[in-house]
Write a protein that binds this ligand. Structure first.
Ligand code: FES
Length: 101
């Protein structure tokens, strides 16, 4: 695993928002909760909803299809924390957003 460039810092979601990005053939969900940027799998474990098109409520990312809630830092499903989406280390370097996939 190594860090690859995902996007530029200026293209990140605003605080309290999420966004989808394509990288290495997969789609990931980047969320901004209180200024903290996180990256996790984009596919909801319920029926595959696009999490990057969801919204942030408190510190949870809410699936746009039926409202399942995830912790974007850990990928944990709110109602069943043993159930998790993959999360990816993300960092910003010289205005570039780098993700380890
Ligand atoms: S697909 Fe995400 S809550 Fe149903």
């Amino acid at each position: 695993m190594s860090y690859v460039k995902l996007t530029t810092e200026s293209d990140l979601p605003a605080e309290g928002e999420a966004k989808e990005f394509e990288i290495e053939g997969k789609t990931i969900c980047v969320a901004n909760v209180g200024g903290t940027i996180t990256a996790m799998d984009n596919v909801c474990l319920h029926m595959g909803g696009p999490l990057g098109q969801g919204y942030i409520e408190g510190n949870k990312l809410v699936c746009p299809w039926h409202g399942w809630e995830y912790d974007p830092k850990t990928g944990q499903l709110e109602d069943d924390p043993k159930t998790k989406l993959a999360v990816y280390p993300i960092k910003i370097e010289n205005g570039d957003v780098m993700v380890e996939v």
